[in-house]
Unconditional design. Structure first.
Lengths: 206, 249
């Protein structure tokens, strides 16, 4: 087992870094995109429901099918993998971001508006801090989901740990599959720890 | 000087068959403590929420110290008006001091001044600054929370205070105490108060003037003793009778 790792560490670690790169860049793009979409959705609860429903339908499309459908448009590799993963995350992120924002007591928002806080001040000073647990929960789900679905992106040549898993599957190499899995879990844990540190930093800054 | 002037204000909400306010005109003089009395749905809350532009009228104008509030930026306007609501609406993630200092911080007051004014406000509402400054809203009783709500509304030294059933959710004993304190805070200032309530005794006790409303119209606007002596119509007379029935409560 460890001997296998020692023999193939180059290959495994390069897949690991590749995978981590995909996961982190997908998360970064997804969070920024979701935040922008949420800013516009704050105006209307109805629009929020519609958008969340659309993304939930998208989320239910099997990733293999979505990859296959988009290859003719975007081509092979990361050019398709990253947009698809970002798209999937929008459901998890927007749903959780908006739930957090909407669950803030209406009387708190009314008091804030009534005393003369601008919309931006209300969002940044009141709504965001109160919605933070729900926002972090959404990002946590996105980490797990992205790490998993990114392995399937190996089927369209996007690299990462999926490559190891697929070739392990083809050659019936159990070591390869086990190491691929362990490294996947490691990535999810790593991203989660990063998030925890970030969360603490924000909490301290308050 | 006239503090607030309503000129032919009409307002009808989208999902309602009846107007919330029906051609309301009234002059409120500076320094008055005006209680606005009526049953739920009579338009009393709508009236005060128009003054800080949480609602906009369908037609008519509101002048605040002679200036049409339409010409002012709503956010700037609200910072000059104290606003207190029944649910208090304290920010649960901020301490008592940070809650009170919300607007001063946004206006970037000097730090020392913020601290001094926050403490002064806490003492004004009978809370010991050393004991309460660093507490969170969840660590306060209902009447203490509303005291903080009052302090938060008073800190920017507004010329006008809007209070929407501020003591509606507070137990009878503490409500009595808070009423007396609010009355004395008002008497020490030149500030104009508009206080919405559905409690007749509260309206008559606190108000230097009382507005009685029904179905979006003002039935009577007069001093409390005048209203008792000379009710404008049967509705007002009946209202006073029901208050007498509850006299022992």
């Amino acid at each position: 087992m460890f001997a296998y790792f020692a023999d193939h560490s180059d290959q495994l670690m390069s897949a690991f870094w590749e995978h981590l790169g995909i996961v982190l860049s997908v998360l970064l793009i997804s969070i920024i995109l979701a935040a922008v979409i949420c800013w516009f959705l704050l105006r209307s609860e109805r629009a929020t429901n519609i958008v969340v429903n659309i993304f939930s339908e998208v989320y239910s499309i099997p990733s293999l099918a979505l990859f296959a459908l988009l290859i003719p448009l975007l081509g092979l590799g990361n050019k398709t993998a990253i947009p698809v993963l970002v798209l999937y995350n929008q459901y998890l992120l927007i749903r959780n971001f908006m739930t957090g924002m909407q669950n803030v007591d209406k009387s708190i928002l009314e008091a804030g508006t009534g005393m003369g806080m601008s919309k931006w001040q209300l969002v940044t000073r009141v709504q965001l801090p109160l919605a933070m647990p729900s926002i972090v929960a959404g990002i946590r789900l996105a980490i797990i989901s992205t790490t998993g679905i990114a392995t399937i992106a190996a089927t369209i040549n996007a690299g990462g740990l999926g490559k190891i898993l697929l070739s392990g599957l083809r050659t019936m190499n159990t070591y390869k599959i086990v190491w691929g899995t362990i490294l996947c879990v490691l990535i999810a844990l790593l991203a989660d720890t990063l998030l925890r540190l970030l969360e603490k930093r924000i909490a301290v800054n308050k | 000087m006239t503090a607030v002037e309503f000129k032919h204000i009409n307002k009808q909400f989208k999902n309602s068959a009846y107007p919330a306010l029906n051609d309301v005109s009234v002059n409120i003089e500076e320094g008055e403590f005006v209680t606005i009395l009526g049953s739920s749905g009579c338009g009393k809350t709508t009236m005060i929420k128009m003054i800080n532009r949480l609602y906009e009228p369908d037609s008519g104008d509101i002048l605040l110290f002679g200036k049409n509030i339409r010409d002012e930026n709503p956010v700037e306007l609200r910072r000059k008006i104290g606003y207190v609501i029944q649910q208090v609406g304290l920010f649960p993630h901020m301490t008592v001091a940070d809650n009170i200092a919300t607007i001063p911080k946004i206006l970037k007051w000097d730090k020392l001044k913020i601290k001094e004014e926050t403490d002064r406000m806490l003492r004004l509402v009978q809370l010991d600054p050393d004991e309460f400054r660093s507490r969170y809203p969840a660590q306060l009783s209902g009447d203490q929370q509303q005291r903080v709500g009052l302090a938060r509304a008073l800190i920017a030294n507004p010329r006008i205070m809007l209070l929407d059933e501020p003591f509606g959710a507070i137990d009878a004993i503490n409500r009595e105490i808070l009423q007396n304190e609010l009355k004395s805070i008002h008497e020490k200032s030149k500030c104009t108060y508009l206080f919405v309530t559905h409690d007749i005794r509260e309206a008559l006790k606190l108000g230097t003037k009382v507005i009685i409303m029904n179905e979006g119209r003002i039935l009577q606007y007069a001093a409390p003793d005048e209203i008792v002596k000379d009710p404008a119509d049967d509705f007002v007379a009946n209202l006073l009778k029901t208050a007498d029935l509850k006299g022992g409560a």
